[in-house]
Structures are given as C-alpha cells and as structure tokens.
Design a binder for this molecule. Sequence first.
Ligand code: ZN
Length: 241
Amino acid sequence: MRIAIISDIHSNLPALESVLAKGAEMKIEMWYCLGDIVGYGPFPNECIELIRKHCPVVVKGNHDSGLLGETSVDDFNNLGQAAIKWTKKQITPENFDYLKQLPLISILDKITLVHASPAEPEQWTYVFTVRTAQDSFAAFTTDLCFIGHTHVPVIIGEDMSINTYQPLPNDSDQPKNRFLINVGSVGQPRDGNPHAAFGVLDTADWSYELIRVEYDVEKTATSITKAGLPGALAKRLVQGV
Ligand code: ZN
C-alpha cells in the first residue's frame, strides 16, 4: 500500500491542494497527517475540512493544541501567537471539536505517528539534536516513527546515521536499523526550499521517498496580507524559511 504522510499544513490551502493532487497522480491509497493543520496561514477551516475528508489517521500538533487552549501559546513566537488569536475568531465549532478529539500519538503495526517527539509528545520537543533523537528512539517500539514539527525533512537511523534509509527487510531474522523520519512541512517549509514537502511510504517493499511539489505561494501570501495576518508570514513562505 502506498501511504502519504503529511505534516504542518498550517492553514495553507493552495499547498495542501497541490499535495493532494500530487498524491492522486501517484496513486496514494492512504493518508496520514501528523498535525499542525492550523496556525500561521489564512485557511484554517478549509484545511481542516480537507484533512477530515482525506486522512483517516491524524494526530494533534502544538498549534492545534494552542488553538484549543490545551497548550499555552506563551512559548510560541509573536507570529505564531498572532495567528492563533486570528484563527480563534475564524474556526467553526465543528472544526474545533474535530481538533479536540485528535490523539497525540498513533501506533499502527510497524509505524508510530506523532507530531513532535514520541518521548512525552505533549512537551512538543524539537528533534534537532543527537540527545533528542536518542530520547525519541527510547520512546517508540515500532520499526518506523514519523514526525514533523521542525518543518525540516530528515531521516535519522537508530545508529544516528543521517539520510541513509534502508527499507525494512522482509525476513525478520535479518538485521535492521530503525528510523525516525521527519516528512517536512506542507504549508511552511523551513529548509530553504519553498515547495511543499511530504513523505510517501510503500509497504510492499518499505521504500520511502520525500516528495516536493510546487504550489501557488503568491496566492497564499496575498491571502495572508488580506486577512490581516502579519506580513512576515507571507514573506517566509516565498523564501521557504
Ligand atoms: Zn508546525
């Protein structure tokens, strides 16, 4: 089965639509979402509604949690705080209730799904260091764990190798490395590439691929300005930072 794993949409509808179109082209059969559907961008309700329609498995992100009042937004930067304040006025009661019932972590056979780190998911730790990566590996038991949150795609092996993914062996006696895979961000990439990012896992051979897809950045940027959201949120999308 070909599974697309998406994260950090951040209310960027043109980016999400491009990713869904690319997925249809790639014959994706299943969609998983790692949270942060809202925050920063101008289309919270539209994005939640598309996620509800396409993704049977979704976990909660820190911006979703901040909107719900479950996580303090004091730790968010000024842009993040301004966007949550704006989103609170836009969100429909149905979409609010949908976000509220999302779990923090989901474990499906060989795969763990979590927004930030499987080690205390509610702490929203950024996996950017060897220490946080090791803590993450200690906290999950599946072969693969998919994460988002940093908006920077990377594959970390349990041996602390970087970007050396090896598909899981079909023979369970064979030695294998476990992997922590960050799928990047659909709606606000921060690795210097403004194209929307998402991961595709094929369980037939356990191959994994990071996909980048162009979208109408200008459309989102214009809508950010029109909505009265901070202009810096539009500028960073164009630069992919
Ligand atoms: Zn995010």
